[in-house]
Write a protein that binds this ligand. Structure first.
Ligand code: NAP
Length: 491
């Protein structure tokens, strides 16, 4: 099957932090892939900006090197050369006055109707960048600004960032990126729920026993130790990725795929989350921190060794029992967990349906497991529906738990774009459905902040867990107390 490519209008994309890790590892490889697929319309330009003193040729060389490292397509030399030809560079210090005039001049020479500013820098620069763009007359009606997580470290700082962006850009010009939402399977979750008559009638607490959301990483904090130490897993992963996934599973059917229709429904879920605070955090949350242990074929150091801080209280693992106080979900817990140095890198949503009310089969037929819908976001995206079926053969009625496997790569036999490819093209098209609106981000913080406060007040250190395990024993107890268990066996 051939993927349909819809060309986007000509655009100028300015990447602030264009020499950084995100730009090298994700953004330029994604842009190159879209370029190769013929999605760009000439004359489009990609303009890197950061403090390094480079000229266009020097910057192109760094991007070429990054593509050799991070793009499997870098061997297509003719195309690579054409791609590099549309890349430019402006040396610029966000906090100083130098460079901005040069950028303004570059943009106004041969202006493109679509102008996108990607802020691949730390959030403390977001406000200043927006201000400088306005001060130098670069914000046109066709402009849009893209910001990376983390948007703040609590509700108050998120509001400050949003205020600073909002002082220059209208809300519909602001694209808050959560790359999890750009994943093929996440969008397929919406297709599965709302383009089929099968699931929606049973998508509620009468039929669904519980939902698990696991975002597990096998690596430690790597070079991100300094940032991670100030953030922790709750801010780094739960406030954005896990809550966004929860919203897509739990939301009511939106009236359309229009950005605000979808975002209105996600917001309602965030507002319906049962509060977790000092009164119940000990019962509903577990935070952990990895200790040295077997990991990825060797012995991994502890988190405190990784960040060089013996007394660190930062959590590298979180498990939460989340309830949604509305008619659809009362009685169905959502178990969320995320962590570093876990046994494998996997992101997965597991929807477990309730047990059958009565079995007509004899005990010899075997145990009847719950029907489960498993939606895997990474490493290999796909959806499996686990069902009980009869084992083939004449040996009587033997039941087997088997997956109905909807592996996208095999089913459609086409290249599935990386999340950043889709999201970047959505920005150019002006489609904000997969981006977070201001009120969503702030509602998520309003729910997260009391958890952080409760942990701060308890003064208890995070529970230790060995690298290469599924977190502290208390995380297992969190689910087992409800007579359930995490579903590692079908991961
Ligand atoms: P990074 O490698 O440290 O890059 C930061 C970039 O900002 C560099 O290009 C740096 O270049 C530029 N910069 C810093 N101060 C500047 C200033 N005053 N004026 C102009 N440019 C300045 O960081 P990163 O990993 O790319 O991450 C960037 C942001 O994206 C962070 O907020 C991070 O949390 C977020 N993020 C990153 C990833 C990822 O995979 N890396 C994923 C999700 C989110 P100069 O030093 O040359 O100025």
């Amino acid at each position: 099957m051939v993927s349909r490519i819809l060309k986007v209008d000509p655009f100028d994309l300015v990447v602030f932090g264009g020499t950084g890790d995100l730009a090298h590892r994700k953004l330029f490889p994604a842009l190159f892939r879209r370029f190769l697929d013929g999605q760009f319309t000439a004359p489009s330009r990609l303009i890197g900006a950061s403090r390094q003193n480079l000229d266009d040729a020097g910057y192109r060389a760094t991007i070429c090197e990054a593509l050799q490292r991070f793009s499997s397509e870098a061997g297509r030399t003719d195309a690579l050369k054409s791609f590099l030809d549309i890349i430019f560079y402006v040396p610029l210090d966000v906090g100083a006055d130098t460079g901005w005039d040069l950028l303004a001049k570059k943009l106004s020479a041969d202006p493109s109707p679509v102008r996108a500013f990607y802020l691949a820098t730390t959030p403390d620069l977001f406000g200043m960048i927006a201000k400088q763009l306005a001060a130098h007359g670069m914000v046109t009606p066709g402009s849009r600004i893209i910001v990376e997580k983390p948007i703040g470290r609590d509700g108050a700082s998120a509001a400050r960032i949003n205020d600073a962006l909002g002082a220059v850009f209208a809300e519909q010009q602001i694209y808050r990126i959560d790359h999890y939402l750009g994943k093929e399977t996440v969008q397929n979750l919406m297709a599965l729920r709302f383009a089929n008559a099968l699931l929606e009638p049973v998508w509620n607490s009468a039929h669904i026993d519980n939902v698990e959301i696991t975002v597990a990483e096998s690596i430690g904090v790597e070079e991100r130790g300094a940032y991670y130490e100030t953030a922790g897993a709750l801010r780094d992963m739960v406030q954005n990725h896990l809550l966004q996934l929860l919203c897509l599973i739990a939301m009511e059917p939106p009236a359309s795929m229009e950005a605000d229709a979808v975002r209105d429904e996600k917001l309602k879920v965030l507002k319906a989350l049962a509060p977790i605070d000092v009164s119940n955090a000990a019962k509903l949350t577990v935070r952990g921190q990895y200790r040295s242990g077997a990991s990825e074929g060797g012995v991994a150091p502890s988190y405190t060794q990784d960040v060089g801080k013996d007394e660190s209280m930062t959590e590298t693992f979180v498990a939460l029992k989340v309830c949604i106080d509305n008619w659809r979900w009362a009685g169905t817990p959502f178990y969320l967990r995320t962590g570093k140095r876990l046994p494998q890198r996997v992101s997965e949503l597991i929807v477990s349906f309730r047990e059958i009310p009565h079995s007509i089969f004899s005990p010899e037929s075997g145990k009847i497991s719950k029907t489960r819908l498993v939606i895997r976001l990474q490493p290999d995206e796909g959806i499996k529906l686990w069902l009980m079926l009869k084992e083939p053969g004449a040996g009587g009625m033997r039941l087997r738990y088997v997956p109905l496997d909807m592996n996208f790569a095999e089913a459609f036999a086409i290249y599935a774009p990386e999340a950043y490819e889709r999201l970047l093209m959505d920005v150019i098209r002006g489609n904000a459905t997969l981006f977070m609106r201001r009120d969503e981000v702030e509602a998520a913080w309003r729910w997260i902040d009391p958890i952080k406060e409760a942990w701060g007040q308890s003064n208890e250190p995070p529970r230790p867990y060995f690298a290469g395990t599924w977190g502290p024993a208390a995380a297992i107890a969190l689910v087992e107390r409800d007579g359930r268990s995490w579903n590692e066996e079908i991961l």
